[in-house]
Design a binder for this molecule. Structure first.
Ligand code: COA
Length: 205
């Protein structure tokens, strides 16, 4: 029996658990600091808080962090890796992923996601439902590409940046680190680090 622990008993966590079952993980336990007040997350039980997960790492064949906030997910993943966690990559069976792609530990690719040839995705990334990442894109660690967002070829997205639902990014555009791209934005020129870009075409706020 392959045992998976998921840190973060959120709605996103339920999607990770559901995807994990489809990927063959047979036993799934959540951990969340809302425990013991909260004891379940949808169909799955919460077994303890984040400190108890760190103590119990050796019991699990894999550990994932399902926290939507990119900064927090990145920090928690690093803590777990330093504690010796084994961290898998999760790819939904309906995702279409080129064999010529590199994906870092702890990244999750959900239903209908497409990742084309020669892309590089860092650790702890979320490639959400039906997001499309075209050829030669380079995504940093702990990025989140939201449902239905589309990156054209050769796009770069820096560490911990979030591309909102339904946003589109023109080919070869470079988005910095810690950026938020708003829902539905059309990004047609480079975006520097640590800012918010919204609208069509996207403007920095
Ligand atoms: C961009 C975003 C982060 C801003 O959130 P916020 O700081 O709470 O912003 P507010 O809702 O207070 O809106 C502030 C202003 O920005 C505008 N605005 C907000 N989001 C916008 C968007 N995506 N596109 C265009 N304008 C937007 C609002 O209309 C408002 O305008 P006003 O000042 O003229 O009234 C958020 O609206 C967004 O798009 N998040 C992405 C959601 C997403 O992708 N979810 C998927 C999760 S899997």
């Amino acid at each position: 029996m392959r045992q998976l622990a998921i840190l973060g008993a959120s709605g996103h966590g339920k999607v990770v658990a559901d995807c994990a079952e489809l990927c063959g993980w047979s036993s799934i336990s959540f951990f969340d600091d809302a425990w013991p007040d909260k004891t379940s997350n949808g169909a799955w039980s919460i077994a303890g808080d984040s400190r108890s997960l760190l103590r119990r790492l050796s019991e699990f064949d894999g550990v994932l962090v399902a926290i939507g906030n990119n900064q927090i997910r990145s920090a928690k993943l690093q803590e777990l890796v330093e504690g010796g966690a084994r961290v898998p990559v999760l790819i939904h069976p309906s995702a279409v992923v080129s064999r010529y792609v590199e994906i870092g530990a702890g990244s999750v690719l959900f239903a209908g996601a497409v990742v084309n040839v020669d892309c590089h995705i860092g650790t702890g990334a979320i490639i959400n439902t039906a997001a499309s990442i075209d050829h030669d894109c380079r995504l940093g660690n702990a990025v989140h590409i939201s449902p239905g967002a589309r990156l054209a070829g050769g796009v770069r997205v820096g560490d911990r940046s979030w591309v909102g639902i339904g946003a589109s990014v023109k080919q070869l555009v470079e988005i910095g680190a810690d950026v938020t791209v708003g829902a539905g934005a059309a990004v047609i020129s480079n975006i520097p680090d640590d800012c918010l870009a919204i609208g069509v075409p996207a403007r920095i706020r």
